[in-house]
Design a protein around this ligand. Sequence first.
Ligand code: OKP
Ligand code: ZN
Length: 341
Amino acid sequence: MGPVPGFFDLRQLAHAPARELHNGGWVEYAEKPSRAENISASLGELSGAKDFGLEPLLAVHDPAYIDFLRLAYTDWRASGREGDAIGYTWPIAHRRDLRLDRIDARLGRYSYDAATPIAEGTWDAAYWSAQTALTALAAIVDEGRRTSFALCRPPGHHAGRDYCGGYCYLNNAAIAARRAQQKGLRVAILDIDYHHGNGTQDIFLEDPDLLFVSIHADPVNDYPFFWGHADERGDGKGEGKTINLPLPRGTDMSRYREALDMALQAVGAHRPDLLVLSFGADTFEDDPISFFRLREGDYREIASRIAAIDLPTLIVMEGGYAIDALGANVSALLSGFESAA
Ligand code: OKP
Ligand code: ZN
């Protein structure tokens, strides 16, 4: 097939929170700018992002949430706070949908965890991460490429219509998928990050035209806990168009392969015009926050199996925290697409 074109914008590096709350203590933020630098160094030539503006973001996200993201850091500092904006109270216990001005109330209203601080460069980086996904989509729908790679960072699959969480602010894969739908394409999203893509699932939960399939660590034990269980199958007209395939910690390629083949069968049966692949390399055996046992060479096989169902495929980067191995793992994945017939 030839090399997969890759896209990345240096403005995505502006997001650099200092720390996150992890198991009861402050730790260094795992979703570091150097993740993208390692991938970009290993891939070589990447193209920058075009600017598609706010409209495709607003086709997925609540305008009030977008305003919150743009202003949160400034408001935090204006309230006399130090460091990065982070919430401490969440209206999860069925509170009214109050639209309050206080920064702490807004952090609670528009986020669901303490792993997702808003730093000085967060809005800019998230904006350009989404534009990178849209630019990689354009390479397929406007320029006729078969496969393209969006080096998105910050990642997106935990972000919902009106919330951030899990290092995610704007849902890059959902934004690209919705834009493809608006261009008349039938879309499937396959999410193979270690963590369940709860934001993507929520966004398309009632959509009968988009199939969302996710292979991830069983949320009984792993983040995000409250989504991704096998009995979540879509709501209303979308029933049956969400498929969750949770796997136990310790899963290696032999078990992963079975789930992948099930997922790909469902993708094929949906008859999409476009596949959006939410790719996380945190299924890697040495990932510091995850517990599957995939190896570098497994990513090449995963890609070959995906390429065999023969769909135009937009690859969107999600997680992966074994930073020194990230570039090699992403290269292995792309090589599986490049060597496909
Ligand atoms: C983002 B992506 C908490 C550990 C989990 C958030 C994980 C977000 C993963 N003790 N923190 O899906 O790779
Ligand atoms: Zn992940």
